[in-house]
Each structure stands twice: as structure tokens, then as C-alpha cells.
Ligand binder design. Structure first.
Ligand SMILES: [Zn+2]
Length: 338
């Protein structure tokens, strides 16, 4: 399988990550991408260069004011008196009707939903490169490749059209799906990351042309808490085109793979002509985030089920954090496509 990769990801190295009020080392480290790349190339997969598209593909999903914020926030933040090294919000607009602010501290709270998406000097360049990686992978499939793998970092599936969150800034999965829409009337997204793909769900919430399906640890006791529940099925034209399959925290392979069968049955019913897989590897039993207990054979089994659909497929890297099994699990997944 062709791997699309850009070393520009390394410019983003987040330092702020609050857990129960304590600032701890962020799990989303540059070494993740290096380990994934090393494992995939060692297994014989070939690396393809990322094409330059600039921000145009990201602009098909994200709002102009949000893209402007991501691009300028770190620079302008550095001009503030006594500012931290990274843009971190200290206020949020909450759940009530609000007015978009002009001042940077207010914009930070508007566009950053939590304290796990700090913006440093290299964040924009890395996020933009990730969107170009995903776009290149989608274009490879549009040009006839059966599958491609976008080794995106930072990840994207928690990012909404105008809001970062949970290590995510630009939603590469959504950008790839939108790119495929140029030649495909119906595109499905299957998100197997341990966290619900809330940004992706939000982006396509009212659309019937992109089916969103997510298998994840139950948000009643796991991030992102507010989204990912089974009763969230879409609205307007998109009513019925979002499927959430939450799993009890700590679930092993068997129920996860059974949820895969349910997901793929819904996808077949939708009859898409292309598929995007939001490939989080953090459902691993070895992942430091400890949401589910999927094994290497479990990842391989899920990939074989997906490959059996025989759809043009773009794999987009989402989560999956440093453990001895990280690279192995990717290789197991890619091997499922034969
Ligand atoms: Zn995740």
C-alpha cells in the first residue's frame, strides 16, 4: 500500500495537556509518526511524497475565520504580555448564544474546545501538511489506486468546521471524504479510533451524501463525553446518516469486531462507491489511554472485513499513542488489505 507522509508534522510538539487539573506530558508526540513510518516501511510499504495544495482542501471543510485563527494565533499570542509559549484558552463561550470576538483570548476560547489542543509556533504548518497528506492519499485513490494510507499527524477527527479539540486542528478524514466526493456520489467514513469522531460527525451532521459511522469507547465514561452516544443519528437531510456504536470501556476484540460487522452492514446498505477509514490505533490493549483492549489480530481482523467491501479506500491516521505495539498494530491493519 502507498503511504503518504510529510516530515512537517514534527514542527508541532504540544506541551500542554491537562488531566484532572494537572498539566502532564501530551500523548500526541512527534515520535508517534516516526514509529508508524518506520514500521510500515520495514513491512515493505512504499512512501509517496505529499503534494502541495496549500489551504484549499482544508477550506472545503473549515470556516475562513477558523483557518485565519489557526494560521495567525501563535504569532499574535507571542506579542501578548506574559503569554505562554502555546495558545491555550482561559475562557469559553459556553452553551448560550454568543458573539464572535475580535480579541485573541476570546477567539482562542471560541475555536479551542478544550486544553488538549494548544497552538504552538509550528502547529499551523504541521496541521496544514496533514491536510495535504490526506488530500494526496485521496487523489491517489481518485487516480485509480485501490487503497492508500495517509500518515497524518496531528490527527483530525475531533476537529469541527470551526473548532479544535483533543489533539486535532484540521479534520483530515473529513477533508479526504470531501475530496472523494468530486467523483463519488456517496462516500462512507468508518472511524475505528478509540475516541468518538465527534468533529467528523458534526461536519456531516446534516448531510446524506457522506455516511459517518464510529466505533469507540462509550462516551458516558470516556472522552469526548458530549458526543458519540447511540441516539445521535444526524439531523435534517442527514437524519439517519450517522451511526454511533459505543463499546463499554475495556471491551476486547470480539465485541469490537462484532461492532465492525454492524458498521459494515450499514455501510453496505448506504451503497457508497468510496470509503475513508479514520484509523485510530488507540483502541489497542497496549495504548496508554486504555479505552478498549483490541489486539494485533483484532486490528488485522477489522481490516480484512473492511477490505472485503472492495471499495476504493483511503486510510487516514488518527490517534494511537506510544507503546511497544503501535507500529506492529499498524502493520497488522495494513496487512488486512493483502
Ligand atoms: Zn483517539
Amino acid at each position: 500500500m502507498k503511504i503518504v507522509y510529510s516530515d512537517k508534522h514534527a514542527a508541532h510538539d504540544p506541551q500542554t495537556f491537562f488531566v484532572r487539573g494537572v498539566n502532564r506530558p501530551a500523548a500526541e508526540q512527534p515520535e508517534r509518526a516516526e514509529r508508524l513510518l518506520g514500521a510500515a516501511t520495514e513491512a515493505g510499504h512504499k512512501v509517496v511524497a505529499t503534494r502541495g495544495y496549500g489551504a484549499a482542501p482544508a477550506a472545503t471543510i473549515h470556516t475562513p475565520e477558523y483557518l485565519d485563527f489557526l494560521q495567525t494565533a501563535a504569532r499574535d499570542w507571542a506579542q501578548l504580555t506574559n503569554a505562554s509559549a502555546e495558545v491555550v484558552p482561559n475562557i469559553h463561550p459556553s452553551r448560550y448564544p454568543a458573539t464572535y470576538p475580535k480579541i485573541l483570548v476570546g477567539r482562542a476560547g471560541w475555536h479551542q474546545t478544550d486544553l488538549a489542543c494548544p497552538i504552538g509556533p509550528g502547529t499551523w504548518d504541521a496541521a496544514l501538511a496533514a491536510s495535504e497528506v490526506a488530500t494526496t492519499a485521496a487523489d491517489l485513490v481518485l487516480e485509480g489506486a485501490r487503497e492508500s494510507y495517509a500518515l497524518c499527524r496531528p490527527p483530525g477527527h475531533h476537529a469541527y468546521s470551526d473548532m479544535a479539540g483533543g489533539f486535532c486542528y484540521l479534520n483530515s478524514t473529513a477533508i479526504a471524504a470531501q475530496r472523494l466526493r468530486a467523483a463519488h456520489q456517496r462516500v462512507a467514513i468508518l472511524d475505528v479510533d478509540v475516541h468518538h469522531g465527534n468533529g467528523t460527525q458534526g461536519i456531516f451532521w446534516e448531510r446524506a451524501d457522506v455516511l459517518t459511522v464510529s466505533i469507540h469507547a462509550d462516551p458516558s465514561s470516556y472522552y469526548p463525553y458530549y458526543w458519540g452516544h447511540a441516539h445521535e443519528t444526524g439531523a435534517g437531510k442527514g437524519a439517519g446518516f450517522n451511526l454511533n456504536l459505543p463499546q463499554p470501556v475495556g471491551s476486547p476484540d470480539a465485541p469490537w469486531l462484532a461492532a465492525g460487522d454492524t458498521a459494515l452492514a450499514r455501510i453496505q446498505e448506504f451503497a457508497p462507491t468510496a470509503l475513508v477509514v479514520a484509523l485510530g490505533l488507540d483502541a489497542s490493549e497496549s495504548d496508554p489511554l486504555q479505552g478498549l483492549k483490541v489486539t494485533g489480530p483484532g486490528f488485522h481482523g477489522m481490516a480484512k472485513k473492511i477490505a472485503a467491501l472492495s471499495l476504493p479506500t483511503v486510510l487516514v491516521q488518527e490517534g494511537g499513542y506510544l507503546s511497544d505495539d503501535l507500529g506492529h498494530n499498524l502493520v497488522q491493519f495494513l496487512a488486512g488489505f493483502g
